[in-house]
Design a protein around this ligand. Structure first.
Ligand code: PEP
Ligand code: MN
Length: 342
C-alpha cells in the first residue's frame, strides 16, 4: 500500500502517519520527492484497511497495490477456473450453452422448450421458479412446484438445471432441486444472500447488477468465494444507460475486462442485455468472439403466451440458428462444448 501525502503536509503530520503505520504492525518507508512525499507500507496488505489511513490529517490518498477481490483475482489464481455444473463444464476453454424460458410455466411447456434447446445444442436448462418482478401483481413464478418440474424435465433431457434464488430462505429448497444457483441482477449486492450461497457447494451463476461496475461484480463474487464456494460463473447481462433503444446497455467489453482481472468464467446474457430478439443473435456472437465462456439465452415456443419476458424470447428455430453460429465461432477459438453424454 502506498500513502501519498498532501503537498503541504507538516513534519508532525508525516511523523504521525509513520507512527500509526508502525503501531498497526507494519513497516513504513518514507520517500521524499521534489513535489510529493509518499510512504510505502511494508507488510501483508490484506490485513490492512485503507480507509482509516486516508482519514489521517495530511494524507492525500491511499493506494492499495493488491486488488480488494483477492480470491477472485487472477493474481491469486493465474489459470482460468473451470466450473463444473453436474458434469457440464464452463470456463477454461469450455462453453456453457444455457437456454430455456424466463419462467417455468408448466411441465408440458418446459418439456417442449427443453426438447428444442437440447436438440439445438444447449447443455444447461434454465427456468425461473422464483421470479424477481418489478410489480408485485405480475406472475411471481411457480415456486417449489416449478423447481420440481425443472428437475424432472432436466433429468428427462440429460440437462443440468439452473434457477434463481431471491431470498436466503429459498436456498435450501433450490439447493435440493437445482444444479446451479442463479443470483439475479437485482440481488447482486444482497450480501447476506451471497454469503448464504457461498456456504452451499453448488455452482453459482452471478449476474451483474444493472448499476454495478465490473469491480462491484468481482467484489460480490468475492463474498461467495470467501465462504468456501469456489464455483462462481460471472454473467454480463447489461447495465442501465440513457439510451432506451435496448432494454439495457450490453457491455461486451466487460467480458475481456473480467477475464483480465479474474480467473472466474464469464458468460453473456444477450436476452436481458438487449431485450430484443433481433439483437440477441449478433450480441451472442459478439460475446463469444470477445472471449465469453458461455451464452445464456431465453427461449420460448410461444412468446405471446409467456408469463414473463415473452417479447425478448427467441423462438426455438432462432435459437437453433444462433447456436449453430456460436459453435462455428467456438471452433475457431478452439473451445469445447461439453455435455452430460460426453
Ligand atoms: C432472468 O434471468 O430471468 C432474470 C431475471 O435476469 P436478470 O437478473 O439478469 O434481470
Ligand atoms: Mn427473464
Amino acid at each position: 500500500m502506498i500513502i501519498v501525502l498532501q503537498p503541504g503536509a507538516s513534519e508532525a503530520q508525516i511523523d504521525h502517519v509513520i507512527e500509526r503505520v508502525r503501531g498497526l504492525g507494519f513497516d513504513a518507508h518514507l520517500s521524499r520527492g521534489t513535489y510529493r512525499t509518499i510512504i510505502g507500507v511494508i507488510g501483508d496488505e490484506t490485513k490492512l484497511q485503507a480507509a482509516p489511513l486516508a482519514a489521517i490529517a495530511g494524507v492525500a490518498q491511499v493506494l492499495p497495490i493488491l486488488p480488494p477481490f483477492k480470491l477472485a483475482s487472477s493474481e491469486a489464481h493465474p489459470e482460468p477456473s473451470v466450473v463444473n455444473v453436474r458434469g457440464v463444464k464452463i470456463g477454461g476453454g469450455n462453453l456453457g450453452m444455457i437456454a430455456g424460458p424466463c419462467a417455468i410455466e408448466s411441465r408440458e411447456r418446459l418439456d417442449e422448450i427443453a426438447t428444442a434447446v437440447k436438440a439445438a445444442g444447449a447443455n444447461i436448462l434454465r427456468g425461473g421458479a422464483f421470479k424477481p418482478r418489478t410489480s408485485p401483481y405480475a406472475f411471481q413464478g411457480l415456486g417449489v412446484e416449478g423447481l420440481r418440474i425443472l428437475r424432472e424435465v432436466g433429468d428427462k433431457h440429460g440437462l443440468p438445471v439452473v434457477t434463481e434464488v431471491m431470498d436466503p430462505r429459498q436456498i435450501e429448497v433450490v439447493d435440493e432441486y437445482a444444479d446451479m444457483i442463479q443470483i439475479g441482477a437485482r440481488n447482486m449486492q444482497n450480501f447476506s444472500l451471497l454469503t448464504e450461497v457461498g456456504r452451499t457447494n453448488k455452482p453459482v451463476l452471478l449476474k451483474r447488477g444493472m448499476s454495478s461496475t465490473v469491480k462491484d461484480l468481482l467484489m460480490s463474487a468475492e463474498y461467495v468465494l470467501s465462504q468456501g464456494n469456489s464455483q462462481v460463473v460471472l454473467c454480463e447481462r447489461g447495465i442501465k444507460s440513457f439510451d432506451n433503444e435496448t432494454r439495457n446497455l450490453y457491455d461486451v467489453a466487460a467480458v475481456p475486462a473480467c477475464r483480465k482481472l479474474s480467473h472466474l468464467p464469464i458468460i453473456v446474457d444477450p436476452s436481458h442485455a438487449t431485450g430484443r430478439p433481433d439483437l440477441i443473435p449478433p450480441c451472442a456472437l459478439a460475446g463469444v468472439a470477445a472471449g465469453a465462456d458461455g451464452v445464456h439465452i431465453e427461449v420460448h415456443n410461444c412468446p405471446e403466451e409467456a408469463m414473463s419476458d415473452g417479447p425478448q424470447a427467441l423462438l426455438p428455430a432462432q435459437y437453433a440458428e444462433v447456436a449453430k453460429q456460436i459453435r462455428a465461432i467456438a471452433a475457431v477459438l478452439g473451445k469445447t462444448i461439453s455435455s452430460l453424454e460426453k
